[in-house]
Design a protein around this ligand. Structure first.
Ligand code: CP
Ligand code: NVA
Length: 306
């Protein structure tokens, strides 16, 4: 059984194959209508259930359209519409859904729920974002960078802002793809050190900074994300503590010439990034969003191939 829960758990060669498949599948569809099924309908006869405990625009639509392009079928559910929202256990839900569908994607408040679903069920499970990580996003991000000609091996990626769930999956990717990650956060917003140590123990390079300027110096890529993630309760304090870490033109100017700007979206212009950067020439955010589709199709195929 192949689950896609966290990048750190998946061998580098398999992640490499997923990324190559995503790039090839994007290239093969250029100019096609969005609803046309891929050659060979690789996931024909398969059903994907998508369970959301939190809001989503990109993850929901990219998994749904992606599964249809693979020739499969989809079901969208929110936990509040399910008995999950009335206290049915994750384990019972997993066993029941495993009788009806071939693969499940979950966006959950608590990471452990996704892990426990995977343990209790008998079909592959894909992590569609938790409080701890967002692995599908990072596959799309890395695809976007390679498509812009960046050699990930030896590249320097700067993460600026909150050491959150998306940052965590970037950390996991360092030993898998050979880039170095420079993480700049204010005190109290550092990434999970156990995660950093695990990446380092597998030869991942993660450097922590309290200065955004120091992190972006010589960076090939600058990444920002919201200062208030879904589930964060202290919005006002976060916005004030993180304000000095907004990515603006001045900060982009300290990175390498032509550095790419990424943001998983949704964005808050004037908080974590200025409009001039996210809507400017160095920004790749809409290619990045589109690549959620191509990366996830490759992930779904990887999970279901025997
Ligand atoms: N980047 C991302 O996961 O977007 P959604 O929350 O819209 O799915
Ligand atoms: N860090 C953000 C990412 C949204 C896609 C959140 O968890 O809300």
């Amino acid at each position: 059984m192949k689950h896609f829960l966290d990048l750190i758990d998946i061998p580098a060669s398999e992640l490499r194959a997923i990324l190559d498949d995503a790039k090839a599948s994007r290239a093969a569809r250029v100019g096609w209508p969005k609803g046309k099924v891929d050659a060979g309908a690789p996931l024909a006869d398969h059903v994907l259930a998508m369970i959301f405990e939190k809001s989503s625009t990109r993850t929901r639509t990219s998994f749904d359209v992606g599964m249809r392009q693979l020739g499969g079928q989809t079901m969208f559910m929110t936990s509040s519409d399910m008995q999950l929202g009335r206290g049915e256990t994750i384990e019972d839900t997993a066993q029941v859904l495993s009788r009806f569908v071939d693969i499940v994607m979950i966006r959950a408040n608590n990471h452990d729920d996704v892990v426990n679903f995977a343990k209790a069920g008998s079909v592959p499970v894909v992590n569609g974002l938790t409080d701890k990580s967002h692995p599908c996003q990072i596959m799309a991000d890395l695809q976007t960078l390679e498509e812009r000609g960046l050699d990930l091996k030896g590249a320097r990626i700067a993460w600026v802002g909150d050491g959150n769930n998306v940052c965590a999956s970037f950390i996991d990717a360092t030993p898998k793809f050979g880039f170095s990650l420079a993480v700049a956060t204010p005190a109290g917003y550092s990434p999970d050190m156990a995660r950093v140590e695990q990446a380092r123990s597998e030869q991942g390079r993660v450097d922590l900074y309290d200065s955004a300027e120091a992190a972006v110096s010589s960076a090939d890529v600058v990444v920002a994300d919201t200062f208030v993630s879904m589930g964060d309760e202290d919005a006002e304090k976060r916005l004030s503590d993180l304000a000095p870490f907004m990515v603006d033109d001045n900060l982009m100017g300290k990175a390498n010439g032509g550095a790419v700007f990424l943001h998983c979206l949704p964005a808050h212009r004037g908080e974590e990034v200025t409009a001039s950067v996210i809507d400017g020439p160095q920004s790749a955010v809409f290619d990045e969003a589109e690549n959620r589709l191509h990366a996830q199709k490759a992930i779904l195929k990887w999970c279901l191939e025997t």
